[in-house]
Design a protein around this ligand. Structure first.
Ligand SMILES: NC(=O)c1ccc[n+]([C@@H]2O[C@H](COP(=O)([O-])OP(=O)(O)OC[C@H]3O[C@@H](n4cnc5c(N)ncnc54)[C@H](OP(=O)(O)O)[C@@H]3O)[C@@H](O)[C@H]2O)c1
Length: 284
């Protein structure tokens, strides 16, 4: 007799922020793994395009407009998705955007607006979905955070505050959900090549990068791809019952540096060291 009921065969997943980047990649990957997926974002036409591609590839997908800064919109998205696909078994909260202002230059209304999306938006999803999950005694909620919680970056004060709030809320939620069968997990990506930050002008981008180098925050030039983070989210929700990945930080791996040529052998019995696996390979 297993200690826990295994995951059900059908596990519909709601993805907030699915019109691009990590959310779009997560929708595609979860659909390929057999999950019916509901894609939500303000650009519902983009979500519908992605959903169409998923359906063409044999998956089950539903697209609906979603603005996580509006409670009514979240309520409509959740109920439309449940009507189309069934009760949600998985929710991925990854909606958000990023400004590039210094804290003291940022208008307080803009500061609050970033908290509204990243922090209160995540809470809106939790409050609309988790009670049903608790009643069914199972479910996965994945809150996409950021490595800025561990290593804050300049020009992102509101974002850093919001993501710290997300992780604080997540920890309290995990404690409150202990023993309910519902798992709340934090996925904390490092730099990822997505639409985020792409609206910054070239001058601002240059200044910000210089500041990050000055603060030791740009160790190497590789970024994660959205599919890399999606793979981590998929692994978190696929983890068998009885196990709970509470916090997973994912960073881009640095390019492999070829070891310097070994000095010529000087004595008998010296063997060539094998090249480390993958040496010289570059990330796509
Ligand atoms: N890129 C990185 O380096 C990085 C690093 C760590 C964490 N993250 C986190 O990863 C998550 C996904 O971001 P991304 O990098 O994939 O960026 P992205 O490509 O810009 O995607 C962000 C998504 O959020 C949606 N969104 C924005 N505001 C929304 C709102 N009010 N309501 C509903 N959807 C909204 C956007 O769609 P619409 O504009 O169509 O609404 C888009 O689908 C975010 O939580 C971000 O903080 C990113």
């Amino acid at each position: 007799m297993p200690r826990f009921e295994p995951h059900p065969h059908r596990r519909p997943a709601l993805i907030a922020g699915a019109s691009s980047g990590i959310g779009a990649a997560t929708a595609a990957l979860l659909a390929a793994a057999g999950h019916p997926v509901a894609l939500g974002a303000r650009r519902a036409d983009r979500c519908e395009e992605i959903a169409g591609t998923i359906r063409k590839d044999g998956g089950e997908a539903f697209a609906y407009p979603l603005d996580v800064s509006d409670s009514g919109s979240v309520a409509r998205f959740v109920s439309a998705a449940a009507a189309a696909l069934g009760d949600p078994e998985i929710v991925v909260s990854g909606a958000g955007d990023l400004g590039a202002e210094r804290v003291h230059d940022l208008d307080s209304e803009d500061f609050a607006a970033q908290l509204q999306v990243h922090l209160v938006g995540a809470h809106r999803l939790v409050s609309h979905v988790v009670p049903g999950m608790v009643a069914r005694a199972r479910g996965d909620i994945v809150l996409v955070s950021s490595d800025v919680v561990r290593a804050p970056r300049t020009r992102m004060g509101a974002y850093v505050a919001a993501k710290n709030g997300v992780e604080g809320m997540a920890r309290a939620l995990q404690m409150e959900l202990e023993g309910t069968g519902v798992r709340a997990s934090v996925v904390r990506p490092g730099p990822t090549m997505t639409g985020m930050g792409m609206g910054w002008d070239a001058e601002t981008t240059g200044e910000v990068l210089e500041e990050w180098v000055r603060w030791g925050l740009a160790r190497h030039p590789y970024f994660l791809r959205p599919e890399d983070v999606a793979a981590v989210i998929a692994a978190v929700v696929a983890t068998p019952r009885g196990t709970h990945l509470t916090l997973v930080e994912v960073q881009p791996e640095a390019a492999v540096v070829k070891p310097a040529a070994a000095p010529a052998p000087t004595g008998p019995g010296t063997a060539d060291a094998p090249a480390p696996a993958g040496a010289g390979e570059e990330r796509a």
